[in-house]
Design a protein around this ligand. Structure first.
Ligand SMILES: *Cc1c(COP(=O)(O)O)cnc(C)c1O
Length: 356
């Protein structure tokens, strides 16, 4: 049976990415060697790194004055690397979920980390609005997509201080105005590549302003100066990321992706709102295009496990909600075909028929 992969991360990749990666693992760039056993300093791999960096810049329309680097350590390492490199005294945080909370908590190790606004009062079911960002912050940190609770901030904010964004789960889901950001980072395993590589987009002029000594490996400048080759980069995930970027370009880039993502999300939310067995969990205006959370409606709460089993029997994979929310979460990343969204909607409709 066809499987529909709704996992939140690691998650679905384009078939093109999988095919090209498998092929390169057998024979990389005609070398007769596997991608897994070739030097990262070989000219064939250096070309992959250079092309991945260039395509990142091209697809996101990144202006002059910014660097793109690929690191290990996951987005979670950035929770400390960002304050280490950018925080002299004080940074502000928009606390919109568990990942934002972790970033905020980690930054407290390096200075004054203030909560500018939070949606914790309502279990992170909305994005706070009309908050005031203090002007004396070294930077203001946001998490654009709340992977666990299913809210998303799809505006490039003007905040008057350097803006830092964790875009782990929604990078490349829409066009961005990168010039509004000082730094953007994310783990690649949600919407780009297999686990193991982290991307960082940095405006060069924000570096070199902190007083503390920075360990070489934790210093962004080290990796910028060496083109992400200071030490061995995660070779295979970087190769796979490049394949996803090529696939993205062939789809029409981020502008085309935005249309498709919006369409997929609208279809699924419409069914959640229509079907009397289900209901949404977050404010409608803040609903994520990437992680669509829903629960059984109040009068049908007892049917949760039954629906999960039914959906599993129909080929749906990974729709169980995060333990902190319960219910269901369908992750609808770029690589998830429209066909899978339609299959989930059909499953919800069938369940309704079966029960009424
Ligand atoms: C998954 C996720 C992280 C954590 O990523 P790791 O690479 O596992 O450290 C951080 N932020 C967001 C928004 C995420 O979705």
């Amino acid at each position: 049976m066809k499987k529909h992969n709704f996992y939140a991360g690691p998650s679905i990749l384009p078939q093109f990415t999988l095919d090209e990666t498998v092929s390169a693992i057998r024979d990389f760039a005609g070398t007769g060697l596997s991608l897994l056993e070739i030097s990262h300093r070989s000219k064939q791999f250096v070309a992959v790194m250079d092309e991945a960096t260039a395509m990142f810049k091209e697809l996101l329309n990144i202006p002059e004055g910014y660097s793109v680097i690929f690191l290990g350590g996951g987005a979670s390492l950035q929770f400390c690397m960002v304050p280490f490199n950018l925080m002299n005294k004080k940074a502000g945080f928009l606390v919109t979920g568990e990942w934002a909370t972790k970033a905020h908590k980690e930054a407290k190790n390096f200075g004054e980390a203030v909560e500018v606004a939070s949606s914790k009062d309502k279990n992170f079911s909305y994005i706070p609005k009309n908050f005031n960002v203090p002007k004396d912050l070294d930077y203001f940190h946001i998490t654009t997509n709340n992977t666990i609770y299913g809210t998303q901030l799809r505006k490039d904010l003007d905040v008057g201080v350097p803006l830092v964004a964790d875009m782990s789960s929604d990078i490349f889901c829409r066009p961005l105005d990168v010039s509004k950001y000082a730094l953007i980072y994310g783990g690649a395993q949600k919407n780009l590549a297999p686990a193991g590589v982290t991307f960082v987009i940095i405006r060069n002029d924000i570096l070199g302003k902190v007083d503390r000594k920075i360990p070489t490996m934790l210093n962004y400048q080290t990796h910028i100066d060496k083109g992400s080759m200071f030490n061995t980069p995660p070779v295979m995930p970087v190769f796979s990321a490049l394949q996803t970027l090529k696939w993205l370009k062939a789809q029409g880039g981020v502008a085309a992706m935005e249309k498709i993502n919006k369409h997929k999300a609208e279809l699924l939310y419409a069914e959640i709102d229509r079907n009397p067995y289900f209901k949404g969990t977050v404010e409608k205006e803040d609903r994520s295009w990437m992680n669509i959370c829903f629960v059984m409606s109040d009068e049908h709460k007892a049917l949760e496990q039954e629906f999960l089993d039914f959906a599993t029997s129909k080929g749906m994979v990974g729709i169980k909600g995060h333990r902190s929310v319960g219910g269901f979460r369908a992750s609808t990343y770029n690589a998830l075909p429209l066909e899978s969204v339609k299959a989930l909607i059909d499953t919800m409709k069938e369940f309704e028929k079966m029960k009424s």
